[in-house]
Ligand binder design. Sequence first.
Ligand code: ZN
Ligand code: ZN
Length: 402
Amino acid sequence: MILILIIDGAPDRPIRGKTPLSVARKPNLDSIADLGINGIMDTIAPGIRPGSDTSHLAILGYDPYKFYCGRGPIEAAGIGIDVKPGDVAFRANFATVEGKGRIFDKKVVDRRAGRIENTDELIKALREIDLPVEFFIEKATGHRAAVVFRGEDLSAEVGDTDPKKTGEKVKRCEAFNYKAKKMAEIVNEFMEKAHDVLEKHPINVEREKKGLPKANALLLRGAGSMVKIPSFEERYGLKLSVISATALIKGVGVVVGAKVLTPKGATGNKFTDVKAKVDEALSEIKRSDVVLLHFKATDELGHDGDFEGKKEFIEKLDRELWKFLEKDFCLVVTSDHSTPVSVREHTADPVPIAIKFEGVRRDEVRVFSEFEAYKGGLCRIKGLDLINLLLDLTDLAEKFGA
Ligand code: ZN
Ligand code: ZN
């Protein structure tokens, strides 16, 4: 049916006329461009710098201005919390605090608690805390976690408890308006109780003996309230699968009701097992109508300013893509935004897009790059229009009018 390959942040801005995509040896990506119809895409809108979450929502046909509820709920969903509409989710990190008195008198001395990795036992202990509302806590990568509160009248209009700087006191959660008072009080109660639990936990007693920073506080930030999102299947009548190893993208998949898969060996970085993911996509497309296959490494390498690394990963990915060329499903290759090595952040430069399928109006574009794609027959499209375009090309679209 339809396979959408997203090479996260792969497009770039030229350095002395070259980009990683334009110089990489990538015969398979070039063949897809050659056989297909090409264009450039503003995943959100011209000049709007996309996040990976907002742009993925748009690419899947969900207007992020309507459906985006912040990074907190999406990431929480991505690491396995069943986030429901009305829930308030926070991103969290284990940190080291020091000083006398209660939690809000203490100063943050390490926002990552010495980059602690194994937090399973600490999280288990935190789940025992007694609060007036239900809450969920799950481990993310490294020192990170997510906390979700569920109850009547909870609001995400509250501040962070993470001061985001070392040497500063842990912040008391502030309500931005009257309606958010309850949420702020619960968060502050959670902060106090979490500190008590963590401070005397055997793992921290052990860490102190070894001279390691204690993971004795959980700092919360980025509150977001989950909105009601219709599933992809409800909207389009099609089954969607998302293959990714990145919590944020998996979260987007979860909130739109997709089946989310992370094959063994998929890491979300340059060491990922490309073959495992490509093979998973090939078997999933037999069961699903639309498969979104996501690779993160190019974005990370863009953030690192690593031109050569980005080029090498594109080549590594390309070596497996001949398997897609053999098939006759509708194949889309694109990206969620540019992450230029010169900027080390996402930019709004439109991304190249190529669609290969029987019946597309093949154009004169022969290679997949930022410098060629705009010459193609798709011209310049918006991310939000992509699913409609694909439904039309694959004869799944309904007629508007008589
Ligand atoms: Zn991205
Ligand atoms: Zn990024």
